[in-house]
Design a protein around this ligand. Structure first.
Ligand SMILES: Cc1cc2nc3c(=O)[nH]c(=O)nc-3n(C[C@H](O)[C@H](O)[C@H](O)COP(=O)(O)O)c2cc1C
Length: 163
């Protein structure tokens, strides 16, 4: 086990620490005019059930964040184990992310097909935090497929979830 007590080293150490934290992967979607936009996120969590609030953390400068701020709504698409290619694609800097990706529109938000779960949210508030924006969303509606397993991101790689 590596320990770090020098504040100057904390950034890289925190990065290494977080690599040990396994988590699901989602694509946050929104729209810029009539164009679908979206990016891969792992910083997603449920905040409260009453009211139903979730949170995504998006980097300042994210095009998805700009669209979410403008449109006031966003989708959360929880990727299936078979969709790890979408996690890579929606994080890539330059490509037509939605090309050949099946999706449909719900309440002005692109919703990806064949995911484990999906939600459409209305922006409740956005809280600045260092170089990220914490976007709280009121869940307008959500659905899940109980038969599909998610992809898990751990130590920089994607895994299926085995029982
Ligand atoms: C597994 C994984 C998880 C990621 N999680 C986040 C995240 O939680 N928040 C974030 O802002 N970027 C995250 N990213 C990086 C964005 O997907 C990436 O910077 C993307 O190009 C941003 O696109 P945009 O500028 O079109 O919004 C993640 C990337 C990967 C591969």
């Amino acid at each position: 086990m590596t320990t770090v007590d020098d504040a100057a080293d904390t950034g890289p150490a925190l990065r290494r620490f977080m690599r040990r934290w396994p988590g699901g992967v989602a694509v946050v979607t929104s729209a810029a005019g009539t164009e679908p936009v979206g990016c891969t996120v792992s910083a997603f969590l449920s905040v409260s059930l009453r009211p139903p609030l979730v949170l995504v953390s998006l980097a300042e400068g994210s095009r998805t964040l700009a669209a979410v701020e403008r449109q006031g709504r966003f989708g959360v698409n929880v990727l299936a184990a078979a969709q790890s290619d979408l996690a890579t694609r929606f994080a890539a800097p330059t490509c037509d992310r939605f090309s050949d990706v099946p999706y449909h529109w719900e309440h002005g938000v692109p919703v990806l097909e064949d995911t484990v779960a999906g939600a459409v949210c209305l922006v409740d508030r956005i809280v600045a935090a260092a170089d990220h924006a914490l976007v709280l969303g009121a869940v307008h509606h959500c659905r899940q497929d109980d038969t599909t397993r998610p992809v898990v991101f751990f130590a920089g790689s994607y895994y299926g979830l085995s029982p």
